[in-house]
Design a protein around this ligand. Sequence first.
Ligand code: ATP
Ligand code: MG
Length: 398
Amino acid sequence: MRILSATLQNFRNLDEVSFEFSPSVNLLLGRNGEGKTNLLEALGWFALGRSHMGARPEEMIAFGQDALHVNLSVEEDSGAVVACEFGLDRRGGRRLRVDGEPLKQRAELIGRLVTVVFNPDTIGLVRGAPQMRRQFADQGMAELDPTYLGHLSACQRALKQKTGLLHDLRRGYSANGRGRAELTAWNRELAVHAAAVCRGRAAYARLLEPPLQANHEALAGPPGALSCDYRPRLESVVRRLVAGGGELPPEAELAGAIFDEIDYIMDTEIRRGRPLTGPQFDDFNLVLEGVDLRVYGSQGQTRTAAIAMILARSDVLFGQRRMRPVLFFDDIFSELDRERTRRLQEMSSREHQVFVATARTDDIAGWRPGGLSAWRVEGGRFTAAGSTDEVGTITAGD
Ligand SMILES: Nc1ncnc2c1ncn2[C@@H]1O[C@H](COP(=O)(O)OP(=O)(O)OP(=O)(O)O)[C@@H](O)[C@H]1O
Ligand SMILES: [Mg+2]
C-alpha cells in the first residue's frame, strides 16, 4: 500500500502542510528537532490508531491549539484509493473516518493502512524486554487474523481481573470461598483465550522463519542462520510445542491443558498475590548461528537482526494477505556499515513505499532510487528538494 498524499493541521510543530508523496522513496532531510519524526508520527497514526512514539493525544496537538486534523489518501494493494481522516481535540474527542464514514472502534482500523517503523528503538526487538517481541508478534498476527486481537484483549482483561482478585485474596479482603470460585472462573476464561494467543504466536514464529533467514542473508550476507524461536512460559504449552514439532494442538485441547496448569498452582498464586504464569510472560529467542543475540549480539548484528525481523513481517503479510506495508526509516542507518545500509536501501525500496528521515546526508549519499521525492524540513516547514543535486547539497544537521 502507499500513502499518495496527506494534509496535516496543527500536528505538533507542523501547522498546516500538504504533501503529494512518491510511491517509492520519500526523503525527509533536516537538522535535529525540525519536524521529521512528527510527520512520520502523523502518517503512522492511522495505522495503529495511536502514536507509534507512545504519545498521548493531547501531546500531539500543536501548542496553543485545540485540535489537530490529518487527512490521508491511501492506495490499498488492491488498487482502491481510500480517504482516511482523523482528528483529535483537547477535550478527548476523536474523529475517525474512512471515505467519510465514521469508524466506531480502533479495531476497525487494523489493516487499512499498515506501516512499519524502524527507528533507534527497533534494536529493542532483539535486545529489549520480552514485551517488545510479544508486541511485534501480536501485531503481526493481528494483521493476518483480526480475531487474534479479540483473544489478546480478552486475555488481558482476564489477567487484570485475576490480578486484582489475587491481590485481594492475599490480603484477605475477599471472602475465601467466593473469591476462589471467581478466580476459577477467570482462570477458565484466561485459558480459553491464552490457548488462541499461544497458538497464534507459535504460528507466527513459524511463518516468520523462512523470510527471516532470507532477509537476514540478503542484508548481512551468508553465512549466518538467524532464527526466531517462540518461548512460551506455560509448561503445558512448552510440552505440546515440543511434541508437535513447533505446532500446537487445537484450541479446545490446549485450553484444557492450560486451565489444568493454572488451576494446579492456584494456592501458590494466592499466597504470592499475583499471577505466576500465562502468555504475559512469553518471549521469542533470536538466535544467530547458535548464539543468543540478546546476550551476545554486537550493535550491528543486533540491529541487522531487528531489521530482518521487520522485513520478514512485511513478507509474511504479503505472503498471507497480499499486502505491503509502508516503511518508515527514522534515523536508523547510523549503526549499520555502509554495505548493509546500501543493501537495506535497495531491498526495501524495491517493493515498498519508503519514508526516510535523516539529519545526516552521509546516510543517503550515492543512493538515488527511481521516483525519489525529497523535502527539506526547517521549523515544521517542508520545502521540496526534488532534484538529486539539491539533495546532495543539503548540509548535515548538528
Ligand atoms: N505539541 C507540540 N506542539 C508544537 N511543537 C511540538 C509539539 N510537540 C513537539 N514539538 C516540537 O517538535 C520538534 C521535534 O520534532 P521532531 O521530533 O519531528 O524532530 P526531528 O526532525 O525528528 O529531529 P531529530 O533529528 O532530532 O530526530 C521539537 O522542536 C518540539 O519542540
Ligand atoms: Mg526524529
